[in-house]
Write a protein that binds this ligand. Sequence first.
Ligand SMILES: [Zn+2]
Length: 458
Amino acid sequence: MLRTLSVLTGTLLLAAGLLIFLVPGCSSREPERPNVLWIVVDTMRADRLGGEWGLTPYMDRLGERGVVFEKAYAQAPWTLPSIGSMMTSLHPKEHGAGGRLGQFQSVREGVPTAPKVFAQAGYTTHAIVNVEFLKKKYGVTRDFEQVDVESYSNNQEVRNAARTTDAALRYMQQERDGQPFFLLVHYFDMHAVYDPPQPFRRRYAAPPDQEAGPNRTMFGTREHLMALRAGQLELNPEWIDRAERLYNGEVAYTDAEIGRLLDQVAAMGFADNTLIVLCGDHGEEFLDHGGFEHGHTVYDELIHVPLIMAGPGVRAGTRVPHTVRMIDVLPTLCQWADVGAERGFVGRSLMPELQGEAGADRNVLAHGNMWGAPFTAWREGPWKLILSENAQPELYRMDEDPGEQNNLSAQESERLQALQGTLQSMEKTMAALGRGANVELSEAELEALKASGYGGGD
Ligand SMILES: [Zn+2]
């Protein structure tokens, strides 16, 4: 009897197989494409993810079911050029977005962006963002069907992580008639001013800062940043220590809200068919090199960022120890979702790493300075070169000196020359690709940016 059943089942399966082969309606049906959920956590240092800090249990859980890239590098130390690089798989000098206050530049015309590529493959695209630079006119988000942006003229009144998660959940609950989505969600809470809600404030702040209220200490206000950039603010270590504790409170708060988002993604049935990227756009300095905030150097505290990818087909629990770049994420998503990648992308897919294959260090180029003459960082193997027109070259051996404290440019003059040569030829190529277009700002818009702390010493 059993044998008869088994033969019968085999025959049926064979018949079914033949049917699938012979009936065009069945054989030509494409598998449904996966959704993409790309979470950018603004201003999150790589070293706050996991490890001894214990601030990120929910992100760590995502890492356990996905792949954690331990050495992921942003292509710029501030939002506009950095997220520009993520969305175009190009360096700042190639996509053109960046500049400095009063001279901001948008992404060049004609540069393909992530939402455009995914829309062409049948995706509906949506961005939930919380900063001026991610408005459509700066170019980074120009190709999203909808951009849900909240940006205020100060850094205290922001759409917080809870409301950002709510907006993402509302979007995902919408009926899309089977169409896959490409959703960018941008969290802004770790950006100064640090003002974590309870219970995170009480848990992480220094004793004088543990209670919220109208007289609470605020760090990173417009006044602080303006005075800092004008060289009028002395950064005493106690002040910075208190600021950093509040920042840690924001990390833990944002982590909890991302946890709520991811739990709901699973509850809504998206977990098996959604590619999830979680990353930072740049870090934050707490006196690592004598400064505070971001945008002003290209040391690792500002360009080393968290990067986790999770979803179908990845080898869960993999940790990737070699250097990768944020420009590599978009080509990865294209391959992962089987969406044709643009030939102009400079990044290379990380799909082998997602499947558990070993890889090698990728050379990293980062560029920018929100406040003045730009810095360029070039990382090749263990070496990191930093150049700027107003400063002597710096050369660090990152495996022995990860804190970039010991400048070896004098001892390693031949190596310095070789690296400078490589960088120069790359820059020539990029210059040939042209620059971004100027962003026209009204007086009122310029004032609003200054009020949010972007005024610098200008
Ligand atoms: Zn940012």
